[in-house]
Design a protein around this ligand. Structure first.
Ligand SMILES: [Zn+2]
Length: 69
């Protein structure tokens, strides 16, 4: 099942740089560390750094929209 692909797969959203949705801190290249929190809001995947995730742990666990903060 290893058919060669004629065209390289275009980079998807996963390949874009990840930044904290709250404070804007940049995640290291290669994706956010496992300590970051991923939250899907309105179909958009957002990441929060350790500090922001901890500060908003209750809100994230409650799956509240970030606009509520
Ligand atoms: Zn942050």
């Amino acid at each position: 099942m290893d058919q060669p692909t004629p065209h390289p797969t275009p980079p998807g959203p996963e390949a874009q740089p990840v930044a904290c949705a709250r404070c804007g801190a940049r995640a290291p290249e290669g994706g956010p560390p496992p300590t970051w929190t991923c939250s899907v809001e309105n179909g958009t995947r957002q990441y929060f750094c350790v500090d922001c995730a901890r500060a908003n742990l209750r809100a994230i666990e409650g799956r509240l929209d970030s606009a509520w903060w």
